[in-house]
Design a binder for this molecule. Structure first.
Ligand code: SAH
Ligand code: SF4
Length: 352
């Protein structure tokens, strides 16, 4: 049976046999504009057709709720066993989905649970878009407390390096913009610094937000945390960030995971301020979510405040990101990590 979200939206008609041609438009609308959790809820399609359609390219193997119902984390599993993790975070005026672009990641950042497990495979455009559709359907048909019923933002901050899966991620973004009618301004691609990918993305003509995971302000420290820095050092990354700003008019943000006594010193703050000023970036700080594979600890609250003070004192815009989902291991790769240790989790839910 063909899986609807794995089918190119332009090819839906070919799945429908001798159905009248307006059926594929109806189906397209259900998939991308008004997603539902079960094929059977696509009420204007004939019942026998609904029975024959398979919506999701994965099963939900874990479904966890945190932060009083305003954080929801799903672990999906594809038929080949690849695991895909998404986190939905609800706020009074927005709902943000953090999605995965690869199963695993080959780049091996030392502090990252995904990096510690290595690479399984790239996700297909349909597997990326299906995460968005699932979150949209969930908000609309189940919902979260004190949260709109509409998905307002998508960030590529789950598992994987989106710019290492460029072609498929590009097609997924195209479907989000053209089929789901999401604004490029509501989408954020996060990269650890794939310089050629940043330049390519700048040329696509979409005003997407770009987040650069910097974590260290000199090459020696950065290369010890982010192995890719040996290939694309900070100077090249800065040039690519400026190119992105010039081409898209969008300021990039710098992501900085705060690790106790590693990258939270006054010296790093001053060097970071220089970089942020040069590329006109905003800085987002987030305390490390400790992972089994490293001894690093999160920075203390006092250190984080001091770090922000130095940045602000140098005229750099900086915010401390909230750490949603701590109680459900919602940081990058962590639910999968738990599951593999055999400690997890919950019910298997089957969706058609
Ligand atoms: N590969 C991309 C996107 C996925 S990671 C990138 O690295 O940007 C998304 C974000 O989670 C990155 O900013 C990454 O540095 C951060 N992150 C990874 N492991 C973390 C951890 N253990 N605690 C806090 N943030 C972490
Ligand atoms: Fe990959 Fe990003 Fe994790 Fe680094 S931080 S290992 S690039 S997912």
């Amino acid at each position: 049976m063909s899986v609807l979200y794995l089918t190119d939206p332009d090819d839906l008609a070919s799945l429908l046999g001798d159905q009248p041609s307006y059926r594929s438009d109806q189906l397209r609308r259900w998939l991308y504009r008004d997603p539902v959790l079960e094929a059977d809820a696509m009420t204007n399609l004939p019942a026998d057709l609904r029975r024959d359609l398979r919506l999701w390219p994965f099963e939900v193997v874990a479904d966890q709720v945190g932060d009083g119902g305003t954080t929801r984390k799903w672990l999906f599993e594809a038929p080949d066993g690849a695991q895909i993790e998404s986190v939905l975070m609800g706020y009074p005026r927005r709902a943000t989905l953090c999605l995965s672009s690869q199963a695993g990641c080959a780049l091996g950042c030392t502090f990252c649970a995904t990096g510690q497990f290595g690479f399984t495979r790239h996700l297909e455009p349909g597997e990326i878009v299906a995460q968005v559709a699932y979150a949209k359907a969930f908000l609309r048909h189940i919902g979260m407390p004190d949260t709109p019923d509409r998905l307002t933002n998508v960030v590529f901050m789950g598992m994987g390096e989106p710019l290492a899966n460029y072609r498929r991620v590009r097609e997924a973004i195209r479907r989000m913009i053209e089929e789901m009618r999401m604004s490029p301004r509501s989408l954020t691609v996060s990269t650890v610094g794939m310089v050629p990918g940043i330049r390519r993305l700048a040329e696509e003509g979409w005003p997407l937000n770009l987040a650069i995971s910097l974590h260290a302000a000199d090459d020696e420290l950065r290369s010890s945390l982010v192995p890719l820095n040996r290939r694309y050092p900070i100077e090249e990354l800065e040039a690519a960030a400026l190119y992105y700003l010039e081409k898209t008019g969008r300021r990039v943000s710098i992501e900085w995971t705060m690790m106790d006594d590693v990258n939270d010193t006054d010296e790093q703050a001053r060097k970071l301020a220089d970089i942020a000023r040069r590329i006109r970036a905003h800085v987002n700080l987030i305390a490390l979510n400790p992972t089994p594979g490293t001894d690093n600890r999160p920075s203390t609250a006092e250190r984080m405040d001091r770090f922000v003070e130095i940045l602000k004192g140098s005229g750099v815009n900086a915010t401390i990101r909230d750490t949603r989902g701590r109680d459900i291991d919602a940081a990058c790769g962590q639910l999968r990590a738990r599951q593999m240790e055999g400690q997890a989790v919950s019910v298997r839910v089957r969706h058609s």
